[in-house]
Ligand binder design. Sequence first.
Ligand code: ZN
Length: 411
Amino acid sequence: MLPGRTPGSWSFALSLERIIMNDHRKLGRELGIFDTDPMIGAGLPYWLPAGAAMRKAIEDYVHELERRNGYLHVNSPVLGKRELYERSGHWAHYADDMFPPMNVGGEEFVLRPSLCPHHALIYRSRQRSHRELPLRLAELGGQYRSELSGVLGGLTRVRSIQLNDGHVFCPPEQAAAEVSAALDLIEAAHAQLGIRAARYRLSLRGDGGKYVDDPEMWAASEAILREVLKERGQAYDEERGEGAFYGPKIDIQIADPAGRENTLSTVQVDQYMPGRFDLRYVGGHRPAMVHRSVVGGLERLVAHLIEVHGGAFPAWLAPVQAVVLPLSDAELPAAEDLLRRCLAAGLRAELAPADRGSLGARIRAHRLVPYQLVVGPREVASGHAAVRRRDGSQAGEVPLERLAADSRPFV
Ligand SMILES: [Zn+2]
């Protein structure tokens, strides 16, 4: 069923890497964000402390954004029985991208290719009344793709994806409003992250067996997406053969410095899976399912953030938000105390003591850190720190609480 593995083409990937400016693979390793190891496998990067800190900041931000917008969070397992994916339609339409089943005690389990089937079952686990809808479920969870090793590289193409996913279950007549609300969230998140879409793409079905064969359903779902795009005055391109197997999508495309595009965020209307799982709400009505991802997979998002910001991330996202710089060893105890107060105030902070070099050298080594807190004799006497921003401007004596508040995505 699944395509065979071709030998890895790392040497090609590496030579390509050298010609791309601000490549996230090179910078990501230099900044201690992620790395890979052939013993773990291609397309299975791990997050180093700086990357894990960024990832947590993004997770917390998106979780809060969703919470404020009516989402309920759930957690579900990263695998399920083969029957689950037969029911969802993945087995018939998406098996080429799935890992082969694992046989355990006569049952077959599959690493999940998407979170949708689990969320459909969570919807179905209770009787749902009209009043409960729209039911918006969100989860940041693992999904897995059996990519060939030849196409893998860095964080943009991986086999293990931490996806910011969500599904809105609503009466079909509310689907347009929910699609539009999801686009609002996506646009808010992009502004917060400092990224800009390359373009919006209306991704439609193509020919062949990869797509559910139900022309009326496709036409109805496409009409919803077109209506929303028109109402928002949003420019977009149409592309056939880019839809999900169960329905059309609005994909928000991003581009890397070499101009190569990837889909980051997406909103999709699905009137297929609700039927496959026989989802209903009181009265026997069938809900529609709006699939959406506000920031996509965290791997691809962080790759893009590295390339866009070149490591100088917005303060709320920076792996280290503040560095404490004592002028000399004499200020070390005061600097250690300041570091403790930074950490207690919620800042990601570290200390660069005087034995690491001159003040200028230490400032250069921490040039990507948003706030540099210099502690000299005057600061020891006053009990405050002189705040220097990474652009070289002086912010003077700023209370730590203020600094911490300025380093959060929500106030
Ligand atoms: Zn989904």
